[in-house]
Design a protein around this ligand. Structure first.
Ligand SMILES: [Zn+2]
Length: 440
């Protein structure tokens, strides 16, 4: 195909995907716009006051997402028609290390373009709904740290990938896949132990009722728990969460401090050396947030369900197969000179660039399909983990925990069906609570 026509087609397909994404978000926003009053079926889940707050947060957030999508789509079209990739590569080739130079410039440009949007999102939208806990300087420090870290990690990966593409022959995609797999497993080990602590403070959960209850549950289920950490998520954001990680016999559970309440929270704040934010009249600002001990344990039971049902392993295997398939498809295109010319490279694209642009722009339909598949699988796993916790007798507490979590995170329990189907990895709280009722 003629390179010019090829470029139009690539831009066209990417534009269609933008329209699809925009359409989904628009539907969700329209649903929220048209639901000013709390529907009867969610009365047991959310109070009228919280409904108003959650709705306004959601509408602001979705409106901003749509603006962001428009801007990003405009930038994408400008980059593709403007020959961004070939221009940046020709600049990088002037240096002794073109791959490193390209990645540094590319990440830096993406960072600068994204910065005003991220600042607005955090300091205007999140802030006006009480979630932002950053100061501007702390935010910038974090963002620059993230940029440097990503660049430093990606450069050796880029070198490795290019070497394999140049020396791996016809089966290079298999070697590349093995290389990526080793990197993923390595990152899964290194990230929680060495990288996450660069950003957040982790502290062992202090002794007490909560720790004992979690340890008893883990022992009962033969979960090889070695440590329970609390992370100071509240330094950055008021959103809350819990997760587990670790290989084989060395598993950890991490709780966000924002999940906790009362005495447990005070102990954790003391351990982290933090002060509780106070209202002027001396009341704690976070008194109304967080869960009781039994509810946190119910959340942990759900997380352990993911482990007992091998969800993590299943997800990892699916991701691995997905990468192999994507690289296999890539192997058909990477030497195509017309395609390279469409992106402004005459006489073939350098391996790093063919990997970047083909994966990003040529495989968009494949990527969207695989993400829909992932959403579908993840949502099923959430129901399975809920069921696991429910069978252990946690249905009532998990149910109230989910309701509190949804309230604390200002999640609106009203959704457009199509949006929810395509985007919610976690089923809406209404569906989860309804399913849990079967076990009560
Ligand atoms: Zn889950």
């Amino acid at each position: 195909m003629d390179p010019r026509l090829l470029l139009h087609s690539i831009v066209g397909v990417n534009f269609l995907l933008f329209l699809w994404e925009f359409f989904l978000t628009y539907r969700q926003k329209a649903k929220h716009d048209s639901t000013p009053k709390r529907p009867r079926e969610v009365e047991s889940i959310i109070s009228e006051g919280d409904f108003v707050k959650a709705r306004s947060y959601s509408i602001d957030h979705l409106s901003f997402s749509m603006i962001r999508m428009l801007i990003e789509c405009g930038i994408m079209i400008a980059m593709l028609y403007g020959g961004y990739y070939s221009y940046l590569w020709s600049l990088s080739e002037l240096t002794a290390y073109p791959i490193a130079a390209f990645l540094i410039l590319h990440y830096l440009i993406a960072f600068i373009i994204d910065l005003p949007l991220s600042l607005y999102e955090n300091f205007v939208i999140e802030d006006s709904h009480g979630f932002n806990k950053y100061t501007i300087s702390f935010y910038m420090f974090d963002a620059v740290k993230k940029l440097i870290l990503t660049t430093v990690i990606t450069i050796p990966l880029g070198w490795g990938a290019v070497w394999l593409m140049e020396n791996g022959g016809d089966l290079f995609f298999i070697y590349l896949w093995l290389f990526i797999s080793v990197v993923i497993l390595g990152m899964m080990t290194i990230y929680p132990a060495y990288i996450a602590p660069l950003f957040d403070q982790y502290s062992p959960l202090p002794d007490g009722q909560l720790k004992t209850a979690i340890e008893e549950l883990a022992a009962k289920l033969h979960y090889p728990l070695t440590k329970i950490y609390v992370v100071d998520g509240s330094t950055r954001s008021g959103h809350s969460n819990a997760y587990m990680y670790g290989f084989w016999k060395n598993k950890r559970i991490v709780l966000y401090d924002t999940l906790l309440s009362g005495e447990e929270k005070e102990k954790v704040y003391a351990a982290l050396g933090k002060e509780e934010p106070m209202h002027e009249d001396g009341r704690s600002k976070e008194d109304e947030k967080g869960m009781g001990v039994e509810e946190v344990v119910a959340v942990v039971a759900h997380e352990l369900g993911h482990w007992a049902l091998s969800h993590t392993t299943r997800q990892l295997v699916t991701a691995e197969l997905n990468i192999l398939l994507a690289l296999f498809c890539f192997s058909f295109f990477h030497n195509n000179e017309n395609l390279a010319a469409a992106f402004g490279f005459n006489g073939g694209a350098p391996p790093l660039l063919s990997l970047l642009v083909i994966m990003q722009y040529m495989m968009v339909v494949y990527n969207e399909a695989s993400s829909l598949f992932t959403v579908f699988i993840t949502r099923r796993m959430e129901f399975e983990a809920d069921e696991y916790a429910a069978k252990l007798g946690f249905a009532p507490k998990l149910s109230t925990a989910l309701i509190k979590l949804s309230k604390d995170n200002l999640t609106l329990p009203v959704n457009d069906d199509l949006y929810s189907l395509c985007r919610h990895t976690h089923p809406p709280v209404t569906e989860r609570v309804e399913t849990l009722k079967k076990f009560m």
